[in-house]
Write a protein that binds this ligand. Structure first.
Ligand code: PEP
Ligand code: MG
Length: 838
């Protein structure tokens, strides 16, 4: 047993299930008013000493005893609830006041049956009566046997007078195994921090003798918790129980994005023989490219003379921090808009790092001592990088790159440096280490590849490079930085090599290979422009989901048969005032014009829920996703929808415009809009009516598909929301992301029912949710009766190709069987068996 002046481990005084105090059916004990502690529902008949100490009190009625441990902690051991009323009946005290007892020594025996029958409950307590000086931290909340470790007792650093009243009360503790791949690195740590911030209680993680507050991302990462490691979570405050449960769940649920964290197989290069004129590194994103080398240099600061005005420097730093914060906010909004979850998670972690108390405190302390804001910020970051690098974890050491990203960004603002690189398109960028925001800039400038002296294949910049298809190599060593600007090089990321002196022949060969690759893509593109027919001749329309006319033009170039979903809300969000009818009309007309002679499905505004508009304040809702969103908004703000419908009715040719209504749950909603549309057509003197469709994204709509199809011209299934509402799982919940799978058989049944309902009225059904872009789902959707798939523009060629290899009648036959399976993973497995992906 571990015993010193500060910390003491108590062993279980009884055998049986362990309970937190909050679960004890006694308001006084449960409130923690008697002190911190723990309870056991006993299965044995003897109470043992949880540690060595002196008996300082024995209850007259023999049901309780108090020990003083050698470190001064006083422990009340109380057998059963309201047992004082038994007046000693059934109890026999085995020790006397003043006696010294050994750990595990029997203290009191009782008649289990007699006491159990006569008292309210046998639940027994171990209470730390001088909790003002000591803290109790449970080791386990499972069943224990006498003598097993139960509780840590730690001397408090502060006196109770200093403890914020808000955080007084029992601290509760739980244990959990970390499920996150690679352990608690930045993104899972950001999720933990976000989870903890949802509660008033103070939460901490404890691991390997170290603790960190859940408020600090750096602190959490600094614990260097590996995958499958068991950690302790402690929460203290008014909602500690709920906070603990939420944190335990968050820690034990894998992030869907974790798959992005897995690097492609690294090329072993340590023991490779040196090749003249070649630098060896690690492949972070595959590819083979040639081009001129372009070196990017990091910002270096001049020596600081010191003695600056702290107040002024603090203002300067605060302003820079808030500018960077809003820049990252913007990046996040863009990532959300493009549904790029990897990018979103990375920059959400950056935002959390930027608010990290450890970082901000360190910077502000330096500023107080007269250091310039630039140097204070830079030093604070470097100190934290050091902490991460000393954890010995490669994954965490790589997170230092994210901190350096923030260093550079804030320094650029502080130094008034315009954040822009003039890198020629086709160049291969070389840097000490690139950051995620560098990468976003560079990829927009059309660079051909990236290489870094340092960095790792699991870094965020590597994840982004893979997502953007940019060949990228890391860990090439500092020689990289000695190379000439503009020197022609070959980046063979697959082979882990940077060729510094490629001959003309090699450059020509690489260029040829690049061209062949482009040619293959071009061939796919030409194929993409022909209709997609199954082997038995069924035509499946493959359209695109877009948010602007630029994306529409891209979609057409990629072979889209039309626009299957224009999310018009993107015209409304991220601005201070509402777009008027004319601006809306111009935006929609631009999309129509960009699509040649193809049809465009325009969805009416789908805000509310998590998409809020600054200029349209809606009442705060407890459950926004179940509140005023989609078409329901039109019921409270009818003028908004009228304005949008007018803008749409002015489109030419109107025959190419189809209108789609989001979040419909019953037929009356559709009939109401149809009437409104008719009235507006009459008002505008239009003989022609645009087609009107309904989104099927709520189970109610899928179940009423037949009734809806009677009055709608087409149905379009929004599998994103349909999954959320069918599975009762937030579609944006990072911890549940892997389980929000639209191939769940319950969803397939709703899709089948939608198609059957539509068929009764000879209406067509499309899918515009993310499931349409999943090639594994293509045969299932065709088999269930879907005839239009609206996918992300870059996937049009791939999905069309998939369609061309399928037999529709076989799809129908097999899909019926899939409806009977019991889970999404069973469906996925079956799909792989029947229709393997090439
Ligand atoms: C859907 O819910 O599947 C859908 C396409 O709509 P959004 O993703 O815009 O909610
Ligand atoms: Mg939706």
């Amino acid at each position: 047993m571990h015993n010193n002046n500060k910390e003491l481990t108590l062993s279980a005084p009884l055998s049986g299930p362990v309970l937190t105090l909050a679960k004890v059916p006694d308001p006084v004990f449960a409130s923690g008013a008697m002190g911190d502690g723990i309870a056991i529902d006993p299965l044995n008949d003897t109470l043992h000493a949880p540690c060595a100490g002196v008996v300082v009190h024995v209850a007259r009625t023999g049901h309780a005893v108090t020990l003083r441990a050698d470190n001064g902690a006083e422990l009340l051991l109380h057998l059963g609830l309201d047992t004082v009323e038994l007046q000693g009946l059934g109890f026999s005290m085995l020790v006397k006041e003043g006696a010294r007892v050994a750990n595990g020594q029997p203290l009191l025996r009782y008649d289990l049956d007699k006491v159990a029958q006569q008292c309210k409950s046998l639940v027994s307590l171990l209470i730390l009566t001088n909790s003002q000086d000591f803290q109790a931290r449970p080791i386990t909340l499972k069943s224990v046997k006498v003598g097993e470790p139960l509780l840590h007792i730690i001397r408090r650093q502060t006196s109770t007078a200093e403890v914020d009243i808000e955080f007084a009360g029992a601290e509760i503790v739980g244990h959990v195994c970390i499920a996150h791949r690679g352990g608690l690195h930045a993104r899972p740590a950001a999720l933990i921090r976000q989870t903890a911030q949802g509660f008033k209680s103070k939460s901490q993680l404890h691991f390997a003798g170290k603790s960190a507050t859940c408020d600090s991302l750096i602190g959490l990462m600094g614990l260097a918790i590996g995958e499958q490691a068991e950690v302790q979570v402690s929460c203290q405050g008014p909602d500690a129980e709920a906070a603990l449960q939420a944190l335990l769940t968050a820690l034990s649920t894998t992030l869907a994005e974790d798959s992005h964290a897995v690097a492609p197989p690294m090329i072993a290069q340590r023991n490779r023989p040196a090749e003249a004129g070649v630098l060896h590194g690690v492949c972070a994103a595959p590819g083979l490219v040639g081009g001129p080398l372009f070196r990017l240099n990091a910002i270096s600061l001049p020596v600081d003379a010191g003695q600056h005005d702290p107040q002024q420097q603090r203002q300067v730093l605060d302003a820079a921090l808030s500018q960077v914060r809003s820049e990252i906010d913007h990046t996040l909004a863009q990532a959300k808009k493009h549904k790029d979850s990897a990018e979103e998670a990375i920059f959400a972690a950056h935002l959390a790092l930027l608010e990290d108390p450890a970082l901000l405190d360190a910077a502000s302390q330096s500023v107080d001592q007269g250091t310039a804001a630039t140097h204070a910020w830079s030093q604070a970051i470097e100190a934290q990088c050091e902490v991460l690098q000393q954890t010995g974890s490669t994954l965490l050491a790589e997170r230092a790159n994210d901190l350096r990203d923030l260093k550079q960004r804030v320094l650029r603002v502080l130094l008034g440096d315009t954040w822009h690189y003039d890198v020629p398109a086709g160049a291969i960028v070389a840097a000490h280490e690139l950051t995620p925001s560098d990468l976003l800039q560079l990829s927009q400038q059309g660079v051909a590849g990236l290489c870094m002296a340092e960095g790792g294949a699991t870094s965020h910049v590597a994840i982004l490079a893979r997502g953007k298809g940019l060949p990228c190599m890391v860990a090439l060593g500092s020689t990289l930085l000695d190379q000439q600007q503009g020197q022609p090089v070959v980046l063979d990321a697959d082979g882990g090599r940077l060729e510094l002196t490629p001959g003309t022949q090699r450059l020509t060969d690489v260029r040829q290979l690049q061209q062949q690759q482009q040619q293959r893509r071009a061939e796919q593109q030409t194929q993409a422009h022909t209709p997609a027919l199954t082997t038995d001749g069924l035509c499946i329309e493959v359209a695109a989901n877009v948010a602007s006319s630029t994306e529409a033009a891209d979609a057409l170039a990629n072979g889209a048969d039309g626009v299957g979903l224009l999310r018009t809300e993107f015209l409304f969000v991220d601005r201070q005032t509402a777009p008027d009818e004319q601006e809306q009309h111009q935006a929609y007309q631009a999309v129509l014009d960009a699509m040649g002679d193809k049809s465009v499905i325009i969805r009416t505004i789908d805000v509310g829920g998590d998409k809020q508009l600054d200029y349209l304040p809606l009442p705060a809702e407890a459950n926004p996703v179940l509140g005023l969103r989609g078409i329901r908004l039109a019921q409270v703000r009818p003028e908004l929808l009228d304005q949008q419908l007018r803008a749409l009715l002015h489109l030419r040719p109107l025959s190419r415009c189809r209108i789609l209504l989001p979040m419909i749950t019953e037929v009356d909603e559709l009939l109401h809009i149809r009437q409104r549309l008719d009235a507006l057509c009459t008002e505008l003197g239009l003989a022609q009516r645009p087609e009107l469709g309904v989104m099927i994204e709520v189970p109610a709509a899928a179940l009423l598909a037949e009734q809806l199809a009677e009055h709608a011209d087409f149905l379009s299934i929004g599998t994103n929301d349909l999954s959320q509402y069918t599975l009762a799982m937030d579609r944006d919940h990072a911890g549940l992301a892997a389980r929000v799978d639209a191939l769940h058989p319950a969803l397939l049944r709703l899709i089948a029912q939608t198609c059957a309902g539509a068929a009764q009225h000879k209406r067509w059904v499309g899918v515009c949710g993310a499931l349409a872009s999943d090639p594994l789902a293509t045969p299932v959707l065709i088999g269930l009766g879907v005839s239009e798939l609206s996918v992300s523009p870059v996937q049009i060629g791939e999905i069309k190709d998939r369609v061309r290899h399928l037999d529709a009648s076989e799809c129908r036959r097999i899909s019926q069987g899939l409806l009977k399976l019991s889970s999404a993973s069973a469906v996925r497995h079956a799909c792989h068996q029947h229709w393997p992906l090439s």
